[in-house]
Design a protein. Structure first.
Length: 301
């Protein structure tokens, strides 16, 4: 009786284990697919009514046939134009505090909603990799419509990744980069989020599942690495990297690695009490000061 019973239990354990592995992989694939798809339907973004500026609504077209919504806040022609790029899950409306800061200092602003967000087209959200085309489209528009203006690209999280991925194509057409809360690479970004939200062991199990299934959903998964793309920024181009001391999603150490790749004209500012994309709220005076000082540097010959 012992052997048949033992074999029966072995079969049950084997079947249970196999079912658990299949469920784990299917669930991981489903989560990966969901996180890399557009979160909300295409949503209109009407012009904002703000006391500090009058925006012009624009439509930008990318080289890979996406259509992007944008707002242009004009300013003095002698000032650099700042391209504002929002973070994951946001839109150009989320950049209005930064647009107000810039407008108050006399800088023209082009705020863009990246693909798969807001009123821009696109179904896949690969955390900034394909959005490099969106950044190029924004700079193309400025080169055509403000041909003598210097251009500074200011990206937040996903937007900072898109800016770095576009840097090699943009070359010297950009006079400076502001990179706010940039992530090192997609592998690290996934781990940081799981590690901060899940209990021990479960975080490793979830990460392993996403790591296995992610390349199926995102064939470029291993190339989505802003730290490597940073080498595409020309060495003579100044860059300001902003990080939050309390940011567990894109840590100051990741920002330091990116700065090391950017070269001698890059600087890092860590806002000690800042969390992810909460740097302005943590210390508005320091935030404003370092941004405006950097922009003056970008405006110098």
């Amino acid at each position: 009786m012992g052997n048949p019973v033992r074999r029966k239990w072995v079969r049950r354990v084997f079947v249970f284990t196999a079912c658990a592995i299949v469920f784990w992989l299917v669930a991981s694939f489903a989560v990966t697919s969901r996180l890399t798809r557009r979160a909300r339907p295409l949503t209109p973004e009407p012009l904002p009514t703000v006391p500090w500026g009058n925006a012009e609504a624009l439509t930008l077209h990318t080289s890979d046939n996406q259509t992007l919504g944008a707002w242009f806040f004009p300013g003095p022609p002698a000032r650099p134009v700042v391209v504002l790029l929002h973070g994951n899950g946001g839109s150009r409306r989320a950049c209005l505090p930064q647009a107000e800061l810039l407008a108050a200092a006399g800088y023209p602003v082009l705020a863009v909603t990246l693909r798969a967000h807001g009123d821009s087209t696109g179904d896949r959200n690969d955390i900034g990799y394909s959005a490099r085309h969106d950044v190029v489209a924004a700079v193309d528009w400025l080169n055509a419509n403000r041909p003598h203006a210097r251009v500074v690209v200011w990206g937040q999280s996903l937007g900072s990744a898109a800016a770095l991925f576009a840097a090699r194509d943009l070359g010297t057409r950009v006079s400076g980069y502001v990179l706010e809360c940039p992530y090192r690479d997609l592998r690290t970004a996934v781990w940081n989020r799981l590690h901060s939200r899940l209990p021990p062991v479960l975080d490793h199990v979830a990460y392993a599942g996403l790591r296995i299934t992610a390349p199926i959903v995102l064939p470029d998964f291993d190339r989505i690495a802003p730290v490597e793309a940073a080498a595409g920024v020309p060495r003579e181009t100044p860059a300001l990297v902003l990080a939050g001391g309390r940011d567990a999603r894109a840590t100051p150490n990741e920002a330091r690695e990116i700065v090391a790749q950017l070269g001698p004209r890059a600087e890092l500012v860590v806002i000690a009490e800042g969390d992810h994309l909460q740097l302005f709220e943590a210390d508005s005076n320091q935030y404003r000061s370092v941004i405006l000082s950097f922009l003056e540097k970008c405006n110098s010959p």
